[in-house]
Design a protein around this ligand. Structure first.
Ligand SMILES: Nc1ncnc2c1ncn2[C@@H]1O[C@H](COP(=O)(O)OP(=O)(O)OP(=O)(O)O)[C@@H](O)[C@H]1O
Length: 244
């Protein structure tokens, strides 16, 4: 077994039908390994979100193969895909996707509920995840009482609380100002480097480049360039891992 947590080979994805059919991905080979933060950059409409959704088992490829933590998704039905997502994948979106009537802790705890983890232990794990993103003081706040950067940190805690092997983030800094964007990227970089997760960030934002170990450029559904990132980091000290 190799050390990749996600492997995509010759992935093609066609969206829409008839005159509206679009070849969003046209033969993508991409692997993600633990401990690495990869940026996926490219013009609008180039296929970034589609690729993220395929790698995260939200969409199946039209052709080609995707393997997540050793499990191929090629013949997986909806239920099997949901199981792979629950066990291995954490998602972060630009618009946070928090429930407005639930507190920060309750929002994070939802990610454990869907995995069948309930009760005090789940609440405790949720609080620990929030503490890890620096929100000890905001655990009982509703999303409406939090800044955009804080809401995104709740969303990251929710993505991480079940200890996924891969974290996929779609424009996580897109709605944030410079300082908040930097703190979100710092947390995602810590997740990759300190907790040995594979992290893929879709972005248009050149300010996040310093956090990348690897930069992939996609255009018109194809990877046109892959280059090392600009992190010249001494490996960061290992953070305390989430309890499984
Ligand atoms: N449901 C859909 N049906 C048909 N075409 C779609 C659908 N979703 C996306 N597309 C098309 O697929 C292509 C890739 O879209 P995608 O959202 O992956 O690009 P993107 O690089 O993430 O763009 P952006 O940076 O604007 O978010 C685009 O041409 C888009 O219009």
């Amino acid at each position: 077994m190799n050390d990749y947590v996600v492997e995509a080979n010759a992935v093609e994805k066609t969206l829409g039908r008839g005159a509206g059919e679009v070849h969003a991905l046209r033969g993508i080979d991409l692997s993600l390994r633990p401990g690495e933060l990869t940026l996926l950059m490219g013009p609008s409409g180039s296929g970034k979100t589609t690729l993220l959704l395929v790698l995260g088992c939200m969409l199946t490829p039209t052709s080609g193969s995707v393997t997540v933590c050793g499990t191929s998704i090629s013949n997986a039905d909806k239920e099997a895909l949901a199981k792979i997502r629950r066990e291995h994948v954490g998602f972060v979106f630009q618009s946070y996707h928090l429930f407005p009537t639930l507190t920060a802790t309750q929002n994070v705890q939802l990610a454990l509920d869907i995995r069948g983890e309930h009760g005090k232990r789940a609440a405790q794990k949720s609080r620990e995840a929030l503490a890890m993103v620096g929100l000890e003081q905001k655990m009982d706040s509703l999303p409406g009482g939090l800044s955009g950067g804080e809401q995104q940190r709740v969303a990251i805690a929710r993505a991480l609380v079940a200890n996924p092997s891969v974290v996929l983030a779609d424009e996580p800094t897109g709605a944030l100002d410079g300082n908040n964007g930097q703190s979100i990227m710092r947390i995602l970089a810590d997740t990759a480097h300190g907790r040995e997760r594979a992290v893929l960030v879709v972005t248009h934002d050149p300010r996040v480049i310093p956090y990348a170990d690897r930069i992939i450029e996609i255009e018109d559904g194809l990877i046109v360039q892959e280059r090392p990132g600009e992190t010249d980091r001494p490996r960061m000290p290992k953070a305390v891992p989430f309890r499984a």
